[in-house]
Design a protein. Sequence first.
Length: 259
Amino acid sequence: MDLGIEGRRALVCASSKGLGRGCAEALAAAGVDVVLNARGAEALEAAAEAIHEAHGVEVVTVPADITTEEGRALVLAEAGTVDILITNASGPPPGVWSDWKREDFLRALDANMLTPIALMTALLPGMIERGWGRIVNITSQAVKAPIPALGLSSAARTGLTGYVAGTSRQVAPHGVTINNLLPGIHATDRAEAIDARMAEAEGIGLDEARARRMATIPVRRYGTPAEFGAACAFLCSAHAGFIVGQNIVLDGGANNATL
């Protein structure tokens, strides 16, 4: 399918690997020029080279911490005119409610709620003026089905979800859509790290830990960054202008709910 976005320009956060990289790859395959951002310069440059070689689009890299005010200013200055924004940042570590202090919540809010809002605030006026824009926030399935150990992440991302619910409907008349993608377990470095922690805690092998988690997913496997990226690219396409303010779960059916 021709997504109708060839020649557009996208800013994809945390895009040197994992789900962000999957989104950048899918957008580039659709002919979109991409601005890649991540903290690690080496991995970022490797991703940029691979994407440019594979798809021939313009690829700009901006190594910076997008969760800081200085990092956002640098990324936005380098990005220029942006038609498509993909917000993404790693979540806070798991824990127990009794261990979380005010400072922990503030860090979570800065990374997973206030940073996406700041990027949207900066880029929405230009999208509105041009009469077209697409924003996709990568959040988490924990927004719909809370995971007890991820309370910091759930709290911050749920706040972002509430913001998007209202803002998306305010900007929709101007040809701009905002939606959220809620990933379940995907084959990324984060999943690998969680599998390793589980294996160590339970005294089992890494393969066994992975198999146990896969058994909780109806499709019996982890998702891939490529299929996540494909869903993201469709939400950014010319065909998705009637999808507004939605929270789309990509979890292999793990969220056991009718609605």
